[in-house]
Design a protein around this ligand. Structure first.
Ligand SMILES: Cc1cc2nc3c(=O)[nH]c(=O)nc-3n(C[C@H](O)[C@H](O)[C@H](O)COP(=O)(O)O)c2cc1C
Length: 154
């Protein structure tokens, strides 16, 4: 087996929390993508990072100083995760009635919403590492986070 195969199988043993990153492009069109690569960086300043594939639709709308939201999904939002990770279901991404699209798009019924401004972009081969400065955050009291392990939701 190649290094890549072994690495992939090793990474499949991690338990991931599933989020949707959402934003608007310069023409005010909303974008959303399912992500598991969200990691907090520091509390001072409050900051996080996400790794975004350069081939994804949202990628080119992520510019320095632009705003986005990380919506941590709950365990009843598997369908939404599938919709936002399947290019064939692109037209369904904002059909859910719980989206608030007035400003930065966010899911009203997510486990948490973390609102950020892009502070740094670092290109790394196929991906861009997006560092977000946290501007606001809220959360649901009950913890029922959607998790993903070995290619399946748990
Ligand atoms: C659980 C899960 C986690 C994912 N995490 C990431 C991620 O962190 N970064 C990324 O670029 N794509 C990630 N993807 C893949 C994208 O969601 C998927 O390729 C999506 O279709 C790309 O958006 P597009 O269809 O608008 O181009 C993940 C997919 C799943 C199912």
């Amino acid at each position: 087996m190649s290094i890549q195969d072994n690495f992939r199988l090793a990474m499949r043993r991690y338990i991931y929390s599933v989020s949707i990153m959402s934003n608007k492009d310069n023409a005010d069109n909303p974008n959303a993508i399912t992500v598991s690569s969200v990691t907090s960086i520091s509390m001072d300043p409050p900051s996080l990072l996400i790794c975004i594939n350069k081939s994804s639709r949202i990628h080119n709308s992520i510019e320095l100083e632009s705003k986005f939201c990380i919506n941590l999904l709950n365990n009843k939002q598997e369908d939404l995760s599938n919709i936002c990770s399947d290019e064939d279901m692109y037209d369904q991404r904002f059909k859910d009635e719980n989206w608030n699209l007035d400003g930065i798009p966010f899911l009203k019924n997510a486990q948490a919403n973390i609102f950020c401004k892009v502070d740094k972009l670092t290109s790394y081969h196929t991906h861009t590492i997006v560092i977000g400065l946290v501007e606001d955050a809220n959360y649901a009291d009950e913890i029922s986070t959607l998790t993903y392990v070995d290619g399946e939701y748990k």
